[in-house]
Design a protein around this ligand. Structure first.
Ligand SMILES: Cc1cc2nc3c(=O)[nH]c(=O)nc-3n(C[C@H](O)[C@H](O)[C@H](O)COP(=O)(O)O)c2cc1C
Length: 356
C-alpha cells in the first residue's frame, strides 16, 4: 500500500523461510501497541475449526529494524515472521496445473514460469499475517486519537448476520463478537452450518466482512482519487479474495430515490450530525463525522477438494485437477482481521497526511 505518507510493503511467500513487512512513514517516537498487533494476529490465525486450514503457524514476529525497546526510531520499520509449518510436497503432482480462480495462472504468465508457486506464493492469504503487524501499529496510533477500526463477519454464504445497514453496532458489540472464532455479532450458528455444509461436500463458501471506523473527525480526505473511499478501497483490495467493496448502503443506493437515499442533517448537542448514515460517513471523498462504514465481499476459497477442470501448461492438455494441500473451507472469519488492518492503514495515512 502506497499512501500519501505511509508506504507499506508486505514481502515473502507462503512456503518461503520467512514473510514480513516494511513500513515507511510512521513518526519516530511512536510506542508500538503490541496488544493491538497480537489481537489482529490471533484473530487472523488458523484455529482448529471446521472452516480453517490445518496449517497452524504461531506467527511469532521480530522487529529487525525501526523499533527499539518498543518505540519507533524513524527508520523504516521491518518486522519478520518465520514460516514453520510448510509442506510443499502437496503441490508436486499438479505443479503445472493452475487452480481455477486462484492467482496461479495469471502469476505464471506474469512471472514467465510454467510452475505453480507452492502454497500460492506471494498471493497466499499467509501474507496477511505481516499485514496485521502493520495494521496493529496503525490501530495503536489511531486509538490514541480516539479512532477505533473494528471489523466483523456480516454474512457467510446465504446466512446473514447483523449488518450496520440495520443500525451501526456499538464498538462494544463488535469487540464482543471479536472474542469468538467466528466474529459475527449475530447468527454465527447458521453461518457455521453454511461452512460445515460446504466443507463436507469438498467445497468452499464466501461471505462478507463489515468494518466500522468510530471517532473519525469530519473533514479528512479530498476529492476524486485523493478521497477516503479511494484510499480504503485500494488498501482493502490488497487483501486476497476481496472481490467487492461498498461504503454505507453502497449498491442498494442505486435502487433508491434521492428522498430515501439522502442523509438529513440536524444539530445534536451543537454538533452537525446526519439522521441516517446511508453514505457511510463519507461525502465527496471527505469524512462527515459519522461512523465510516464499509462492507467487503470475499469469494469462496478457490482451492476446493472437488474435482475441477483445468489445464496442464507444460503438456498443453486439458486435465481434471484434484487439489490436495491444506486450505480454509471459508476464509471469511480469518479475513476480518486482514480487512480491519487494511482499513486502519488507509485511515491512518489520511490522518497523518492532514497533520491530525
Ligand atoms: C486469510 C486468508 C486465507 C486464505 N487461504 C486460502 C486457502 O487456504 N486456499 C486458497 O485457495 N485461497 C486462500 N485465500 C485466497 C487466495 O489467496 C486468493 O483467492 C487468491 O490469491 C486469488 O486472489 P483474488 O481472489 O483476490 O483474485 C486466502 C485468503 C485470505 C485473506
Amino acid at each position: 500500500m502506497k499512501g500519501d505518507v505511509l508506504d507499506v510493503e508486505v514481502y515473502g511467500a507462503s512456503h518461503a523461510k520467512a514473510i514480513g513487512v516494511k513500513i515507511k512513514g510512521i513518526p519516530a517516537g511512536t510506542v508500538i501497541d503490541g496488544d493491538a498487533i497480537d489481537g489482529l494476529l490471533s484473530r487472523r490465525r488458523a484455529v482448529r475449526a471446521p472452516w480453517s486450514t490445518p496449517r497452524i503457524e504461531k506467527d511469532e514476529y521480530l522487529f529487525t529494524s525501526g523499533v527499539r525497546d518498543g518505540v519507533t526510531d524513524g527508520d523504516t520499520i521491518e518486522a519478520e515472521i518465520f514460516n514453520t509449518d510448510v509442506r510443499s510436497g502437496d503441490y508436486g503432482e499438479f505443479m503445472n496445473v493452475p487452480r481455477p480462480s486462484h492467482a496461479d495462472y495469471a502469476a505464471m504468465v506474469k512471472d514467465g514460469t510454467r510452475e505453480v508457486a507452492p502454497g500460492g506464493g506471494r498471493f497466499s492469504g499467509r501474507l496477511t499475517a505481516p499485514l496485521c503487524i502493520a495494521g496493529g501499529i496503525a490501530e495503536g496510533i489511531l486509538k490514541e486519537k480516539g479512532i477505533f477500526v473494528c471489523a466483523y463477519v456480516s454474512s457467510v454464504g446465504k446466512a446473514e448476520g447483523r449488518s450496520y445497514k440495520d443500525g451501526v453496532p456499538s464498538k462494544e458489540e463488535v469487540l464482543e463478537a471479536q472474542r469468538m472464532p467466528l466474529p459475527a455479532i449475530t447468527n454465527s450458528e447458521e453461518m457455521l452450518e453454511e461452512i460445515m455444509r460446504a466443507a463436507s461436500s469438498g467445497d468452499s463458501v464466501g461471505g462478507t466482512v463489515e468494518c466500522v471506523v468510530y471517532g473519525l473527525p469530519a473533514g479528512i480526505g479530498d476529492s476524486m482519487t485523493d478521497g477516503m473511499e479511494s484510499a480504503i478501497a485500494a488498501s482493502v483490495y490488497g487483501v486476497p479474495a476481496v472481490k467487492g467493496v461498498e461504503f454505507g448502503d453502497g449498491f442498494s443506493l442505486s435502487r433508491m430515490r434521492g428522498s430515501e437515499a439522502n442523509d438529513p442533517f440536524a444539530y445534536e448537542n451543537g454538533k452537525v450530525v446526519t439522521l441516517t448514515n446511508r453514505s457511510g460517513g463519507i461525502n465527496g471523498g471527505i469524512t462527515n463525522g459519522m461512523p465510516l462504514t464499509l462492507r467487503v465481499a470475499l469469494r469462496p476459497t478457490p482451492s476446493i477438494a472437488k474435482e475441477q477442470r483445468s489445464v496442464n501448461v507444460l503438456t498443453g492438455e486439458n486435465v481434471i485437477l484434484k487439489i490436495k494441500g491444506r486450505h480454509d473451507a471459508c476464509i471469511v472469519p480469518r479475513a476480518a482481521a486482514a480487512v480491519e488492518s487494511a482499513v486502519a492503514l488507509a485511515v491512518l495515512d489520511k490522518i497523518l497526511a492532514e497533520g491530525k
